[in-house]
Design a protein around this ligand. Structure first.
Ligand code: URA
Length: 236
């Protein structure tokens, strides 16, 4: 890979900025000052530094974000806040990340963000059976007949029959309950529409895990971190 491409891809500036930095003598390869921005380097083995700080090449990044309510799971939108534009900081913004499976604007919780298109495809494709678990507060009291209906496959109002899902009732009140719902699909408003089909309403929804990886509860709404190696290997 060309040196200027690596530095630009790693967010060190535009190709033009990077050229200037090289001419300034700010860039070293394996301890020796670089003088040609177009030189080819081995991005996996050569040690590149900018003002003495090592620049590690990463083709793909994978972030776990705790999405807050009120922000769109999108890369950009006119006038509304999006996770990629408004929440991902300068440290990762140059990677042009997209969500692997959206959450509604009023939903919260685990959002995976990456620039690895193949990974996004594998996470969202129902045939891969990657389980997504949602914690929900429900207006209505679910019972065993609902658990069975979810296991059977709920038919939505538009006639679509969902794949079998797991409904676990966590607590019951007089008029409401809390549940965990596990699904492998990601149809628009799917969980909300599954409950509507059972004459109940979701009043709060938070995704708590994807493919066996739990949302890191130390992440405040809007915060993110890179997935660990072991989390990534569970998802791949
Ligand atoms: N199902 C929904 O209804 N909304 C979400 O945000 C995610 C799953």
């Amino acid at each position: 890979m060309r040196l200027d491409k690596l530095l630009a891809n790693m967010g060190c500036g535009s190709r033009k900025d990077v050229k200037k930095l090289v001419k300034q003598g700010a860039v070293c390869i394996n301890g020796l000052e670089a003088d040609d921005p177009g030189i080819n380097i081995d991005e996996n083995n050569d040690v590149v530094t900018l003002f003495g700080r090592e620049i590690t090449y990463k083709k793909y990044v994978y972030l776990m974000m705790n999405k807050p309510a009120g922000v769109l799971s999108a890369t950009e939108d006119y006038g509304r806040k999006t996770v990629a534009t408004d929440l991902v900081g300068e440290d990762f913004s140059h990677y042009e990340l997209s969500p692997a499976g959206r959450l509604d604007i009023d939903s919260e919780g685990f959002l995976l963000l990456t620039n690895d298109g193949g990974f996004i495809h594998d996470i969202i494709t129902p045939s891969r059976h990657v389980e997504k678990v949602y914690f929900c507060r429900i207006n209505g009291v679910a019972d065993e007949s609902d658990v069975e209906a979810f296991a059977e496959g709920i038919t939505l109002a538009d006639g679509y029959k969902c794949m079998p899902a797991k409904l676990e009732i966590l607590s019951k009140g007089e008029y409401s309950c809390t549940v965990h719902v596990t699904i492998c699909e990601g149809k628009f408003h799917q969980v909300k529409r599954m409950f509507l089909a059972r004459r109940m309403q979701v009043t709060y929804l938070k995704r708590v895990s994807i493919g066996g990886v739990a949302l890191d509860e130390s992440l405040e709404p809007g915060e993110y971190r890179e997935l660990t190696e072991s989390e990534l290997s569970l998802l791949k």
